[in-house]
Design a protein around this ligand. Sequence first.
Ligand code: SAM
Length: 235
Amino acid sequence: MAAAVDPPGYIEKLYGRRQGKGLKPRQARLFADLLPAIAATRPTQGAKIDPARFFDDRHVGDVWLEIGFGGGEHLAWQAARNPEIGMIGAEPFLDGVGKLLGLIEDEALKNIRVLHGDARPLLESFADSTLGRIFLLHPDPWPKKRHHKRRMVSPWFFAETARALRPGGVLRIASDIPDYVAWTLMHARGAPDFEWLAETAKDWRLRPADWPQTRYEAKSIREGRAPAYLQFRRR
Ligand SMILES: C[S@@+](CC[C@H](N)C(=O)[O-])C[C@H]1O[C@@H](n2cnc3c(N)ncnc32)[C@H](O)[C@@H]1O
């Protein structure tokens, strides 16, 4: 199934910072030595690839994608507990990629591939039905109405995730911003390829055991916000 709509403008429009304090010496070393060995590079425009090919040194039972992994805590946690899964993460924030590289080295994780950049062209490059899970945790809110078109969740996003997920695959989205949760559910209702898995309020208010907290989320809870944990299954 082809994406029905154009993606939101690519990475030149970023909500937050692309670069923070800069890399510490260890992170700079990991950028030079480790990242090239585990980079998930995009194919030339228009070509479709099987993301399993990023793991050609090992057998992976399935491939999962995390979009905007921040400091990488969730990604590293999933990779450590699911060694048979190939985990791909995409994040444009330099310091976040540096943090994830540190976690990969500390925990000797072998099943992670990283794109330092915009997740959207990477997602578009994946062949149909090649991913088992997609995670989008606390996407940038773009609260001003005139910026809503830059939100990651969009008709394009539901069309592309539905295309790349295999039937039965799961899309997980977290947000602590009520307006973004409502926005996500509104777009999900317009996405017939997905079914929302919540049957009672507990199903989206309580964090599932296999869904670890990120630093962003811990701060949000300390500040009194209540995250929603949304799970959609690809029909
Ligand atoms: C609010 S932070 C949340 C980070 C992390 N998921 C967490 O829960 O801690 C949103 C993240 O999305 C990233 N992001 C924004 N646009 C992106 C894009 N087009 N592709 C990949 N990541 C993106 C940002 O750099 C930022 O790290």
